[in-house]
Design a protein around this ligand. Structure first.
Ligand SMILES: Cc1cc2nc3c(=O)[nH]c(=O)nc-3n(C[C@H](O)[C@H](O)[C@H](O)COP(=O)(O)O)c2cc1C
Length: 330
């Protein structure tokens, strides 16, 4: 068993990565139903939260069925981070997570996210400010360092543990790598093997199959792993990995029925959460992923993303069920 504060997770938990514009309540619900053990919200700007930006506040929505769930914040100012941790606490998540790895060059990431990776003292001060301002367990997600010449994760892990974080997830890339190359889990294992480290260490980066998950679990000896891109349009990945760990067998790939059901639920839950107009609009970006690999699907996807009335989208999904009834996933 792995514990974060008083949260008990199963042995070698699988975490859903925080992903901007992806890890929202409907998507999280799908991942939860398909085996994710701990999930995080997409990142929320501390400055945005304090300004009460509507979009930031909506990202605080969490539901009991998805627990344990963490809310992720980022920012470069201690006071703003402490204040936003307090705001986060009002919605009663299980964890507050700090993002120190933001790879996006957007305005929202200025002076925050991975920018902080160059300044360990600042990382420590920001983390300490958050830990002191909340009674919730605080976790951190970060990268190996700024670039290959400044890999500082060993020092970072010790110092963040010393100021009270209760788990650390490490993406095995540097900030300057963005998503290039392959994630390197060796440094993550080195953090875990440091005898001074006693908090759970989770690995992240490029896990995209049960086989790879097993290989990395056995090779690196971490406390669990976090999965991001492989879960987009494919929430089945979590149970597939768990099943493979348990039995060594690969579960059959999801059928067209499974895919339609997932897409249908995603749309329905988005509408329940944000209303018809926004729900229909925001679910559009997911259809390609749910139906990836099905040949000659383009026409159906095209129609799904043009209808404004959800009933029309559901009708296209019914057609998909009929048209591809005999489709066998590879
Ligand atoms: C679309 C997208 C959005 C992301 N948004 C966030 C975010 O909000 N916070 C964060 O810490 N990381 C974010 N990441 C990074 C992921 O959490 C994860 O570290 C990265 O994708 C590597 O894991 P993977 O190879 O399993 O995808 C994002 C990644 C993607 C692809």
């Amino acid at each position: 068993m792995v514990t974060i504060g008083n949260i008990e997770l199963p042995e070698f938990p699988l975490l859903l990565a925080p992903m901007e514009d992806v890890s929202d309540p409907p998507f999280r619900r799908l991942c939860k139903e398909h085996g994710a053990d701990l999930m995080y919200s997409e990142f929320i700007s501390s400055e945005g939260l304090i300004r009460d930006a509507m979009k930031s506040r909506q990202k605080l929505d969490i539901f009991d069925y998805e627990r344990p769930v963490g809310i992720q914040i980022f920012g470069g100012d201690e006071e703003a981070m402490a204040m936003s941790a307090k705001i986060v606490e009002t919605v009663n998540p299980d964890i507050v997570d700090i993002n120190f790895g933001c790879p996006v060059k957007k305005v929202v990431c200025k002076g925050a996210g991975a920018g902080v990776l160059k300044d360990v003292d600042l990382m420590v001060r920001l983390t300490e400010a958050v830990v002191k301002s909340t009674s919730l367990p605080v976790t951190v997600k970060t990268r190996l360092g700024w670039d290959e010449n400044s890999i500082n994760i060993y020092e970072v892990a010790e110092r963040l543990q010393d100021v009270g974080i209760q788990a650390l997830t490490i993406h095995g890339r540097t900030r300057s790598q963005m998503y290039k190359g392959e994630a390197d889990w060796e440094p993550i294992a080195k953090v875990k093997n440091n005898p001074r480290i006693h908090i759970p260490i989770f690995g992240n980066g490029d896990i995209d199959s049960p086989e790879k998950a097993l290989e990395y679990r056995d090779k690196y000896g971490l406390d669990g792993m976090m999965i991001g891109r492989a879960a987009i349009g494919y929430p089945w990945i979590f149970n597939e990995i768990k099943h493979f760990f348990k039995t060594g067998e690969v579960l059959p790939a999801p059928t067209v029925e499974d895919r339609v059901e997932a897409a249908r639920n995603h749309l329905k839950w988005s509408i329940d959460w944000k209303g018809e107009r926004v729900g229909v609009f925001e679910t559009r970006r997911h259809y390609t992923n749910y139906f990836k690999g099905i040949p000659h699907f383009k026409e159906y996807r095209q129609r799904m993303v043009t209808h404004d009335n959800p009933n029309d989208v559901y009708a296209v999904m019914d057609e998909v069920l009929e048209k591809f009834a005999d489709y066998k996933p590879a």
